[in-house]
Design a protein around this ligand. Structure first.
Ligand code: PMP
Length: 285
């Protein structure tokens, strides 16, 4: 079956789905995006993803290209037309097409909207979660507003490539104080030797992950010991468990950091349980 993408009002075969050479997303990364998990054809946590999108747009003063109701229709239509049961839907909104000039274009310029979807391989993802992943740490050299979900992801690209070149799956960014901020496309967590679940507060230095927010509800509901605070790389090396969270990876155990085994070097029981229970809690919360 051929893939379909939505581009500025049209559902197009992938081959024909293109944006203009002077789209500001293409030229300046003057664009925001969202990624939602699709399960049984449904968008998981859609409301929170769209709330975050609204915030990203408003922080950058990009106006929504279509109404929220229309966007809801487009997202479901792209999922349906691509026959996605289990996968992800991606949406991107740029400030639009205009003659290249750094300052904002006239207000008459329409923002651009692109929506795509693709299936994920559930068997492969579950196998990855069962074995856990290795991460390496890299200096966090991103701009000061990574809480806005922009397509400006070059440091994330370079971090992930550095990880791959060292035989790891992902990279954890580390700030000037030696504290972990987040992973290249996920939030970072540890479980300390005394059993406390720790993740960094959602300030301007990390993206406020939707999976992170849902997991906070789960942690509260289960009355787990939780500390929302920064943690250092040293503390992570000594952790009992480590894991990352994102819409496409859910809860993914980390079993090695910079080549050092975490805990006994296998996925931890808490991370594994949180992954298993995630959707039940997500729906209940
Ligand atoms: N941090 C970064 C840098 C990300 O790119 C992502 C994934 N979009 C996340 C965290 C996790 O966010 P979410 O749980 O909403 O997917």
């Amino acid at each position: 079956m051929s893939r379909i993408a939505y581009v500025n009002g049209q559902y197009l075969p992938f081959r024909e789905a293109k944006v203009h050479v002077e789209d500001r997303g293409y030229q300046f990364a003057d664009a925001v995006y969202e990624v939602c998990e699709v399960r049984d054809g449904r968008l998981i946590d859609q409301r929170r993803h769209l709330q975050r999108l609204q915030r990203s747009l408003s922080e950058l003063r990009i106006r929504p290209p279509i109404s929220w109701g229309a966007l809801d229709v487009v997202l479901h239509e792209v999922v349906a037309r691509n026959r996605i049961r289990y996968g992800i839907v991606y949406l991107q909104i740029s400030r639009g097409v205009a003659r290249r000039d750094h300052a904002f274009p006239p207000v008459s310029v329409e923002p651009s909207l692109v929506v795509t979807a693709r299936p994920l391989n559930r068997t492969r993802n579950e196998a990855l979660a069962a074995s856990g992943i290795a991460v390496v740490t890299v200096p966090d050299n991103r701009w000061g507003r990574v809480d806005i979900k922009t397509t400006s992801l070059l440091p994330n690209v370079l971090a992930r490539q550095a990880a791959v070149e060292q035989g790891a799956r992902d990279a954890w960014f580390v700030d000037d104080a030696g504290a972990v901020t987040e992973a290249s496309s996920a939030n970072a967590w540890i479980v300390t030797a005394s059993g406390a679940v720790v993740t960094r507060p959602a300030d301007h230095a990390i993206l406020r992950g939707i999976t992170r927010m849902v997991l906070l509800d789960v942690i509260k509901a289960q009355a787990l010991t939780f500390e929302e605070r920064s943690f250092t790389v040293k503390e992570a090396y000594a952790a009992r468990e480590a894991f990352i969270t994102s819409a496409s990876q859910i809860v993914l155990p980390v079993v090695r950091i910079d080549g050092r085994p975490i805990g006994d070097g296998r996925p931890g029981p808490l991370a594994t349980a949180l992954r298993r229970e995630f959707h039940k809690f997500a729906e209940a919360s």
